[in-house]
Design a binder for this molecule. Structure first.
Ligand code: HEM
Length: 393
């Protein structure tokens, strides 16, 4: 017998931001969906329930006409279903294929990682957030999109402003204004290179959009590039830092991984499970329906907490531990179903094959800074906002 969605009004946004995992556990134990008053949304936290949702987008849609994302970024593929979604998804895919990632993007990412490490290798200490992970993710993304003359700092600032705008629910005028300014700046950066990519087809995302069987309109280009800037920068950045953090916290695992470099790929995958960079994304209930033990109503907004599902003890043993050598089960860090992350192969290569292995190879005595602990933050998006490290020079 399904019950109405239970209300939890003792879970604050501040507690979720500091450390969501104890609250996620309570929600998983309580019901298939839980109304968290402070977040003003129904949260879904169990692995199997999320799989049910991702297998049935007729009942649980991505299309969401009132969504703030549509207002801030335009109507992107992330908020479409069926044919509308597939046409746009197919258009961008040539830039993300494993072969293209290997042949086109790997040498570019490789050069960027080397140059960044050269910049701090003689210093003996750094905060990897600002010196390595953020510029790495931003510079790689600018190359993939096909931007020219956009600094990594500007791209990172646009990404942050757009994501803040999307999660602002229209209440903070400053945040809304910064998001609008970032949106204009992205449009201008696109306009500056469109003719170039129109005339010279290549592996970039802008080129794929322009030369697809069903080419994107300018409006589609603008919306989808904004989604890619919002979703393709912070996640690789955060997963670089979380992988390094997981390995530095666990010297035995680090020793085994550095001795057998093909394990870096698994170290990355485990980091995305352990602290999922996208912890929550939305879906809309299209008709009155039952999910697990809970009755949902048409129009309910659901927050799909993959960050919680990836610690579901019915699927992962000792889920709070970072364990590269755990029994492998597929996780939900890249989502599932038709909207499964388009950038998965890129992220695996950029983080698991290039950024993290290069860092450990170049700085063999890397260790956590004993005086400045790492700081983790967030639940909708989560990762280290500071990762101070030291090494012998
Ligand atoms: C570790 C890194 C990454 C993680 C954890 C991640 C995670 C995700 C997740 C969970 C979704 C599903 C969202 C939803 O269903 O609403 C998604 C979608 C998406 N991601 Fe990623 N992502 C990563 C890297 C990237 C990169 C590097 C790019 C592009 C350069 C990218 C581009 C996209 C796009 C375009 C979508 C939308 C796909 C669609 O709607 O069909 N992602 N990502």
């Amino acid at each position: 017998m399904a019950s109405p969605v239970p209300v939890m009004d003792d879970i604050s946004l501040a507690a979720l931001t500091a450390d969501p995992y104890p609250s996620f556990r309570r929600m998983r134990e309580a019901a298939s969906a839980v109304w968290v008053s402070d977040a003003r949304i129904n949260l879904v936290t169990r692995f199997e329930d999320i799989m049910t949702i991702e297998r049935d987008h007729k009942r649980f849609a991505s299309t969401n006409p009132g969504s703030l994302m549509n207002k801030v970024m335009g109507h992107s593929l992330m908020r479409k279903d069926d044919e509308d979604h597939q046409v746009e998804r197919k258009a961008i895919e040539p830039s993300f294929r494993p072969g293209v990632v290997k042949n086109q993007w790997t040498p570019v990412f490789d050069g960027i990682a080397e140059r960044l490490i050269d910049g701090f290798a003689n210093g003996g200490e750094t905060d990897l957030f600002g010196s390595f992970a953020a510029p790495m993710a931003s510079l790689c993304l600018a190359e993939m999109i096909g931007f020219k003359d956009v600094s990594w700092q500007d791209l990172a600032a646009w990404s942050q402003a757009l994501m803040d705008g999307v999660s602002n629910y229209g209440t903070e005028p400053d945040t809304a204004q910064r998001a609008a300014a970032a949106s204009q700046a992205v449009n201008a950066a696109i306009d500056a290179v469109l003719d170039h990519h129109r005339n010279r087809p290549g592996p970039t995302i802008l080129s794929s959009m322009l030369h697809a069987e069903h080419p994107h309109s300018v409006e589609q280009i603008r919306a989808n590039i904004k989604v890619i800037i919002g979703g393709g920068l912070n996640e690789p950045r955060d997963s670089i830092l979380t992988t390094v953090y997981g390995l530095l916290l666990n010297p035995d695992q680090r020793a085994r991984v550095t001795a057998d470099p093909k394990l870096y790929r698994t170290a990355f995958e485990e980091a995305v499970r352990w602290v999922s960079p996208i912890g929550m994304y939305p879906r809309r209930v299209t008709r009155d329906t039952v999910l697990g033990d809970t009755q949902l109503k048409q129009g309910d907004q659901l927050g799909i907490c993959v960050g919680a599902a990836n610690r579901d003890e019915t699927r992962f043993s000792d889920p709070d531990a970072y364990d590269v050598f755990r029994d492998r089960h597929a996780h939900l860090g890249f989502g599932a179903g038709p909207h499964f992350c388009a950038g998965t192969w890129v992220a695996r290569q950029m983080v698991g094959e290039i950024a993290v292995p290069k860092l450990f190879n170049r700085l063999t005595k890397l260790r956590l800074d004993e005086d400045r602990p790492a700081i983790m933050k967030g639940w909708v998006f989560r990762g280290p906002v500071s990762l101070p490290v030291r090494w012998e020079v």
